[in-house]
Design a protein around this ligand. Structure first.
Ligand code: ZN
Length: 283
């Protein structure tokens, strides 16, 4: 079996420090957490930006500060910036993370409900964002909250806006979207092209069980405080504790952990893209 890529969704847009003091929010806290998790075996980091009031932002300078600090302490990890909607609704703001030229950025190819909001990604916006990925060569992680989002991604391939092999993240267990069951994970993983790779982000209590399932099934794993604030025993989680939990599980199952360079090879990310970030910023 392919080595296991461990992604950490460090911060997200929703959790607050008062819910779990281990949540990294400032650029310094985020960079320190990346270093700790990378030392334990995580290779890919899904990054959101917050302002000084913990409010989600798509402000370029905040992203630049976070990325600059990560690059200092963990220069070889893969950085994936979020294009999620809670931080801003207008198209230009949402494409900002792609234009910063990270190796990867997230890309939700459809709309669904999430707690308190419609997570809106219209067909027009999806094509706009896909064009940004195409122009920059940033690798999208296609966030699938509902089955139709797979078909929408395949339509973009047909239109020449996305280039295979695709990489999917099945987000399961978010209130308002597909429940976090192994049955759903199996169905989704069998619904993507044979050359595609996939990871799973189980939300809340679904995080560790679905990670275990994906580890056995040959997929990859996304964990982190964005998706879940508690360890299985109910104690407060931290990103590094969650990484250790997955590394232990994978070892027990007999699956090796991918280094960042091994993860690049699995995902088809050219190694020369590693240091493009912040090197050329489109206006
Ligand atoms: Zn996110």
């Amino acid at each position: 079996m392919e080595k296991l890529i461990i992604t950490v969704a460090l911060t997200g847009n929703v959790p607050k420090k008062e819910q779990n003091p281990n949540l990294p929010v400032t650029p310094d806290e985020i960079a320190e957490d990346v270093k700790r998790c990378a030392d334990e075996g995580a290779s890919l980091f899904h990054v959101h930006a917050r302002d000084s009031q913990e409010i989600p932002t798509l402000n370029r300078s905040v992203f630049e500060e976070i990325v600059g600090k990560i690059k200092k302490v963990a220069p070889n990890v893969i950085i994936q910036l979020s294009t999620g909607a809670r931080a801003g609704k207008n198209w230009e703001d949402r494409i900002t993370p792609v234009k910063l030229l990270p190796e990867m950025a997230s890309f939700t190819t459809g709309s669904n409900n999430l707690p308190g909001i419609v997570y809106e990604n219209s067909p027009q916006f999806i094509e706009y964002l896909a064009s940004g990925f195409k122009e920059t060569g940033v690798k999208p992680e296609i966030e699938v909250f509902e089955t139709g989002m797979i078909n929408n991604a395949l339509y973009l391939v047909k239109k020449g806006l996305l280039e295979p092999p695709l990489h999917f993240d099945f987000v399961l267990g978010a209130p308002g979207a597909m429940p976090g069951t192994v049955k759903n994970l199996l169905f989704l993983s069998e619904s993507i092209p044979a050359d595609a790779t996939w990871t799973v982000a189980g939300i809340g209590k679904a995080e560790i069980p679905l990670s275990a399932a994906a580890t056995v099934m040959g997929g990859h794993v996304r964990i982190g405080l964005e998706d879940n604030l508690q360890m299985p025993d109910g104690s407060p989680a931290s990103n590094v504790k969650l990484v250790r939990k997955i590394v232990t599980l994978a070892r027990e199952i007999g699956r090796d952990i991918a280094s960042p360079d091994e993860a690049r090879a699995i995902l088809g990310i050219p190694s020369e893209n590693r240091d493009r970030i912040l090197g050329r910023v489109d206006s």
